[in-house]
Design a protein around this ligand. Sequence first.
Ligand SMILES: Cc1cc2nc3c(=O)[nH]c(=O)nc-3n(C[C@H](O)[C@H](O)[C@H](O)COP(=O)(O)OP(=O)(O)OC[C@H]3O[C@@H](n4cnc5c(N)ncnc54)[C@H](O)[C@@H]3O)c2cc1C
Length: 236
Amino acid sequence: MSPWHAATVVAARQLTATSRILVLAVPGFTGARPGQHVDVRLTAPDGYQASRSYSLAATGTDERVELAVAAVPDGEVSPYLVEVARPGDAMEVRGPLGGWFVWDPADPAPVLLVAGGSGVVPLVAMLRARADAGVGTPFRLVLSVRTAADVLFADELAVPDDGVLVHRVVTRADDGDRPAGRLTADDLLAPGFGPDDAPGVFVCGPTGFVEHAATLLTGLGHRAARVRTERFGGTS
Ligand SMILES: Cc1cc2nc3c(=O)[nH]c(=O)nc-3n(C[C@H](O)[C@H](O)[C@H](O)COP(=O)(O)OP(=O)(O)OC[C@H]3O[C@@H](n4cnc5c(N)ncnc54)[C@H](O)[C@@H]3O)c2cc1C
């Protein structure tokens, strides 16, 4: 297992009412691949420690790590990171971690991204890596959120790069022509990639969402081996 590195919060920016970006300075951090995550460890004054995994929203090599954290109600760590942590705070980071849920910019296959809530974070890293690499690989993002106000990186996703289409699914309210309701097979087909396009598929979000989406995808005919999943925990 990789060692823990000292990290310092250098910036914090609100993303939605219940989420925010934290930028950490991590001396010695040499970058990551799009889709990877780190473990973050907090130590209380009495020595009590808690660690959780957070995806990297960007994969730069400038000894900085960008995280986007959504507060889970009654959670131990995430409300602290969203509401309390501030520039100057010390924590520790281990990683980058994960070698399977990773997009390779050299892979020309089309890509279908499917996110539930904060599951969009590693998928934003993939979109940013696509832009940085200057490749035209077609990308589609199906993004499921409870309400329109819950979209992380809303400004960035509102103006996608050429070759990228975003389909938004709002589950708790009607949204334009789409009635409220959980993700459907039609939502997964809406942005235009079906199994015949043989896309690489990345699904990320709360465990229940990922299992539901993966079942829909294989039901549509996507090959299970092409569907990579990352479960953030929880049941919904
Ligand atoms: C590889 C990986 C990457 C992750 N990346 C991110 C990320 O980029 N941004 C982010 O905000 N979170 C991410 N997570 C989730 C994160 O690690 C924590 O699980 C989350 O912040 C909740 O921690 P907590 O201490 O606040 O809640 P806990 O005290 O651990 O849990 C409190 C309650 O909330 C439930 N719960 C835990 N996690 C979730 C969840 N994700 N959704 C719904 N209910 C949950 C638990 O079952 C429990 O009932 C990632 C998880 C993994 C495994």
